[in-house]
Design a protein around this ligand. Structure first.
Ligand code: MN
Ligand code: MN
Length: 464
């Protein structure tokens, strides 16, 4: 009798299983290999520019060539287009015409960080600092007293660009923002976490030895002299620089079973890499595969390199022009996975999530029907048919996946690039890797979920 009941329950109930109870042991080797590649990519990609550069390097090894107007685009041709070195688009031309739509995956390669201000350098009481302006949603206190690296570019008046990367090499110095000692933090402790670190106090120490010259600000002079000797820059050059302080942490395995990966910038380089690896593995797809690694998602997808930019129309439009097809017709028949991370249920903070609809670590790729906040404001809210399409593709390809929701309905919220793809008349759904400690300087994901996200996107590209 009991057996009969189970049979019915098995048939009728939706029950999720831990990914490790589903995956074939042989496949775990592929999962490990995939994650090794991702760890390498993440270690070397601490800004959007570095992610784009490394993405191009990987793509060229797999036969992708820069897109050029007028070039021959036949089925199987692999092209990429770098948007100002800050966003990257890749495509593998399909057998079917683009009037039948493209299969698109869109992720972002910018992450929360501390940008230097345009006049960043100052000396106070014989210590020299860089002033910063945070980029994206951060909890400011998390950035105090941690080691920081400096990455970015200085664009000179003569048109040359100087690349800066300090702290990545183990022999380099790192940088730091100080915090108040607990002994004197009586007043600080009374403040809320939002108040006790004012944005204007996120100042990075960059030196303390005064110059021999009898100048007004001798430490600043000595530091400027070091920068001048190393990079040939003067203080005015900071006005046209994009320099960011990012956590100086290596990507590491977490846990005695090494099942998790901690690193800076999983959001959203973990999905960006999944897309990239998936399109690099794609040969002769039915419909044209398109991959976008966008910039500026963390500040609303604005700007020429963000997902709202018409650079995307320019690229896909050019592919359509080559086939004499209208871009609108292509978009209307396209399908897009907005590949962005989702929140992983955290047993230490269960109160902010609604357990039945939260993504769990090791349960696979997380699909978000909607993101946004409150009553689904500012969300894409994918249609039922779109989710059903993914269910079918994933079931056919043994992709382990789960449904995901950011948190309790009234708790807060957040967005992705999904809305901006949907605005283009493209059927779009959010799906990606669940993350613990999202937007922290050191975020954590599970290897299993990373691998399943790659497998999921690859299956979407390979659909018949
Ligand atoms: Mn994101
Ligand atoms: Mn984010």
């Amino acid at each position: 009798m009991e057996k009969e009941t189970n049979k019915k329950a098995n048939k009728l109930f939706y029950e999720q299983k831990n990914g490790y109870d589903i995956i074939q042991r042989e496949e775990l080797k592929a999962c490990e290999d995939y994650c090794k590649g991702y760890v390498r990519f993440l270690n070397d990609s601490k800004t959007e520019r570095e992610a784009v550069k490394n993405g191009i390097e990987l793509a060229e090894k797999k036969g992708f060539v820069p897109y050029k107007d007028g070039m021959e685009l036949k089925p199987g041709t692999k092209v990429y287009y770098s948007n100002r070195g800050k966003a990257l688009m890749l495509a593998v031309i399909g057998k079917k015409p683009l009037s039948e739509g493209a299969v698109i995956a869109a992720a972002h390669v910018d992450s929360p960080r501390l940008d230097l201000k345009q006049v960043p350098m100052y000396e106070e009481d014989e210590i020299c600092y860089f002033k910063t302006h945070y980029y994206g949603g951060i909890k400011k206190y998390q950035w105090l007293t941690i080691p920081l690296e400096l990455h970015g570019v200085v664009a000179l008046r003569d048109g040359k660009t100087v690349e800066v990367c300090i702290g990545r090499d183990k022999s380099d110095p790192v940088f730091q923002i100080t915090d108040l000692l607990p002994h004197l933090a009586k007043e600080q402790r009374k403040k809320t976490a939002a108040e006790f670190v004012p944005g204007e106090s996120l100042n990075i120490i960059i030196g303390s030895i005064p110059d021999e010259e009898d100048a007004k600000k001798r430490v600043k002079l000595a530091i400027m002299d070091i920068l001048n000797q190393k990079y040939g820059i003067v203080e005015e050059d900071f006005l046209s620089a994009e320099l960011s302080a990012v956590p100086a942490y290596d990507v590491r395995e977490v846990g005695l079973d090494r099942s998790l990966i901690a690193g800076y910038g999983h959001d959203d380089r973990v999905c960006a890499y999944a897309e990239l690896a998936a399109i690099l593995d794609t040969e002769d797809p039915e419909r044209t595969s398109v991959c976008i690694l966008a910039d500026k998602e963390e500040i609303g997808s604005e700007g020429v390199s963000g997902m709202k930019s018409r650079a995307f129309e320019r690229f896909v439009g050019a592919l359509c022009d080559a086939q004499g097809i209208k871009l609108e017709n292509c978009f209307a028949n396209s399908f897009c996975v907005s590949a962005d991370v989702c929140n992983a249920f955290d047993p230490v903070y269960p109160d902010v999530s609604e357990k039945r609809n939260a993504a769990k670590i090791n349960y696979g790729m997380g699909i978000c029907k909607f993101t946004g906040h409150g009553g689904k404001s500012e969300s894409n809210d994918a249609s039922a048919e779109v989710i059903a399409h993914l269910r079918r593709v994933f079931a056919e390809n043994n992709v382990v996946w789960q449904m995901a929701e950011l948190g309790k309905v009234d708790q807060g919220g957040g967005g992705t690039v999904a809305m901006y793809m949907a605005e283009r008349d493209i059927d779009t759904v959010d799906a990606g890797v669940p993350v613990l400690s999202m937007h922290a300087p050191y975020e954590t994901v599970s290897k299993f979920d990373c691998y399943m996200t790659y497998k999921g996107i690859k299956a979407v590209y390979a659909e018949k």
